[in-house]
Design a protein around this ligand. Sequence first.
Ligand code: CU
Length: 119
Amino acid sequence: MRRFQLAALLLASPAAAGLFGGAPAPTAARLDILDSGFSPRTLILPSGRKVRITVANKTSRAAEFESFSLHREQIVAPGGEIPVFVGPLKAGRYDFFDDFSRGRTGEIVASTATAAGKP
Ligand SMILES: [Cu+2]
């Protein structure tokens, strides 16, 4: 299963997208789920671009990355990680939380300033 997942990841990689679509590669970001909460709690992303967030669950229990404003709801196995694609986002704030542990909350701040200077 792991090998298959790796193949799927490679197919979804920016390089593969470039080969087949010519769309700009998504910006990469990372979000860890810790027992103490999300890290970082505020994730700054460029607006106007597709972003691939690697959400890693560092806890020993399943978590669910959920956001009403982003329309995302994805389970992350304990010790596992998943790609969550968002955007292109308008500048602004987007709340998210762990639906399996409601005390864990965070927000994405999408800003044009962050996008400046990025390829
Ligand atoms: Cu949910």
